[in-house]
Design a binder for this molecule. Structure first.
Ligand code: ARG
Length: 280
């Protein structure tokens, strides 16, 4: 699978401006684990959950989460979360949910965590907790290959834009004056709407749009301009969950012992960028 997905990288290198790559190398702090929350040691009692962690995901977001040809969940997030479970001695049970249903499910406590290419935002932090950042990404604009009019956000005024519901891309689109926004349940559906010529642009996470183009899943689209944002993905958990510490400890261990880099290599074909300890 890694071979097929490496198309994502080629595209990154050629297609997009190098800004994603540059962003990925951008000067993140190099502090390591030990400065991490000294209070954590006191709160002890790490044995949350019962041995099984129910983890929500919206699996139409390759290469992070998707259903493979055998109908199984696959992707970077899936491999990472499974490895976190192994490191923490917990069995991970995935549950597919609509993206905009994930935070409500966490709040209601019907799932223990969510890994879904979910950006750590200040707004979401009001209602859920996040693990430390595990991916650096950002939003990008996609248009039809032949479109020469759109290069920046400003060019999208009064245009038709498709987005996935409940995403940071949807929020970004909502701020564009005069834009007519159509929301879809998944990113591929939004991209298909663009390919069909029914909208002028899609605002979506750059790695996912680039993967859709590179894998040939969607034809006739290109990514324009610079990344609109820098975003960090985190694993979301209910506010105050004891699992935050467990997940962070596992992530930390995996970042130090090379397991994280191995999984990253497998999906993105390169060394992971430096990641900050927290998104804000
Ligand atoms: N990173 C964006 C956000 O958090 C989009 C995530 C969409 N994820 C998915 N699995 N569909 O809003």
């Amino acid at each position: 699978m890694s071979i097929k997905r490496s198309a994502f990288l080629r595209n990154l290198a050629f297609g997009l401006s190098t800004s994603f790559v540059l962003a990925a190398c951008g000067g993140a702090p190099t502090d390591t684990a030990d400065s991490d929350d000294p209070a954590a040691a006191d709160s002890a009692g790490s044995e949350a959950v019962t041995g099984t962690l129910t983890v929500a995901t919206e699996p139409a977001f390759p290469p992070f989460e998707f259903q493979n040809e055998d109908g199984e969940l696959d992707g970077f997030d899936i491999d990472l979360m499974t490895a976190i479970g192994e490191a923490a001695g917990l069995e991970v049970q995935f549950e597919s949910l609509p993206f905009d249903g994930i935070i409500p499910a966490l709040q209601a406590g019907t799932v223990d965590a969510a890994i879904s290419g979910m950006t750590i935002t200040e707004e979401r932090l009001q209602t859920v907790d996040f693990s430390r950042p595990y991916v650096k990404a950002g939003l990008a604009i996609a248009v039809k290959e032949e479109n020469t009019e759109v290069a920046t956000l400003d060019d999208l005024q009064d245009k038709k834009i498709a987005v996935q519901i409940g995403t940071t891309g949807a929020e970004q689109a909502a701020e564009i004056p005069g834009a007519e926004i159509s929301t879809f349940d998944s990113a591929p559906l939004a991209l298909q709407e663009l390919a069909n010529g029914n909208v002028d642009a899609v605002i979506n996470d750059a790695p996912v749009t680039l993967d859709a183009i590179a894998s040939g899943n969607i034809d006739g689209l290109k990514v324009v301009g610079e990344l609109l944002t820098t975003e960090f993905y985190g694993i979301a958990m209910p506010k105050g969950s004891e699992n935050v510490e467990i997940v962070n400890d596992a992530l930390m261990t995996m970042m130090e012992d090379g397991t994280y880099a191995e999984i990253y290599q497998e999906w993105f074909g390169e060394e992971p960028p430096e990641l900050p300890e927290s998104a804000f």
